[in-house]
Ligand binder design. Structure first.
Ligand code: SF4
Length: 245
């Protein structure tokens, strides 16, 4: 879902005054319930959402049951290593950062993702989750900011939207539409109005990279005066579209 520049996890542990996972028991006995399939862990700038530009540790989980036409992280569908939860927490801690984003793939496709999210919150991080909107979010820790997609027709996965998820969103969450065409824009705008989505949480409209010109999308948003935040993927502005940036 989000990609950015990778830096090896060799940075010393959190320095004085930085957030560190003090509640983590690094000596805990490994268990299958604590296993996660991890594609990559890296440190970069958040490229999307209201947290855009914030230095963030990304934990990308392997696997996704969807196949969106615009997916830019297909390498996360299968690639990855099995890691214990405590190992993942130690890797995150090594960066000494405040913000952590759990992404994919579709992170909620792995059961242990819920434990990871709660453990990160317990450790004092500001945690966000990027999720497709196709999997039940009701059990996600309330302290997590959920950035949830609503899949448009142009994604080719519109039938996967789990509409009951809207009942579980809170003001600190965000809904994201990736717009692939003018038809997608109209569909998203009308859904926003009909369901009053902006009364639930902030709404993000993002142009599908290479499919919709951002200036065109800006014109539509301004013309219709809809209550959304237009966003571009900052990491692609800075580093272009390539893996690991
Ligand atoms: S939900 Fe869609 S865009 Fe996100 S990882 Fe899966 S296939 Fe890719």
């Amino acid at each position: 879902m989000t990609s950015a520049i990778k830096i090896p996890a060799t940075i010393p542990r959190a320095a004085e005054g930085q957030v560190a996972p003090e509640n983590v028991e690094f000596g805990a006995k490994p268990s299958r319930a604590d296993e996660l399939r991890i594609n990559e862990i890296f440190f970069s700038l958040q490229g999307e959402s209201s947290r855009v530009g914030l230095p963030t540790v990304f934990v990308r989980l392997t696997g996704c049951p969807l196949r969106c036409g615009y997916c830019d992280t297909a390498y996360a569908f299968h690639e990855g290593k099995t890691r214990q939860l405590v190992e993942v927490l130690a890797d995150v801690a090594a960066y000494g950062a405040k913000h952590v984003c759990v992404t994919g793939g579709e992170p909620l496709a792995q059961r242990a993702c819920l434990k990871l999210l709660s453990a990160l919150c317990d450790a004092g991080y500001s945690v966000s989750l990027e999720t497709s909107g196709a999997i039940d979010i009701s059990a996600v820790d309330e302290r997590v900011s959920r950035i949830m997609d609503i899949k448009t027709p142009g994604s080719r996965e519109v039938d996967r939207n789990l509409w009951k998820n809207l009942d579980f969103l809170k003001a600190s969450d965000e809904i994201k539409f990736v717009i692939t065409s003018e038809a997608d824009y109209f569909w998203s705008r009308d859904l926003l109005r009909d369901r009053r989505l902006n009364e639930i949480c902030p709404i993000l409209f993002s142009p599908s990279y290479g499919e919709v010109d951002v200036a065109q999308l800006a014109e539509w948003v301004l013309r219709d005066r809809i209550p959304v935040r237009l966003q571009v993927q900052l990491h692609k502005v800075i580093w272009g579209e390539k893996r690991g940036v």
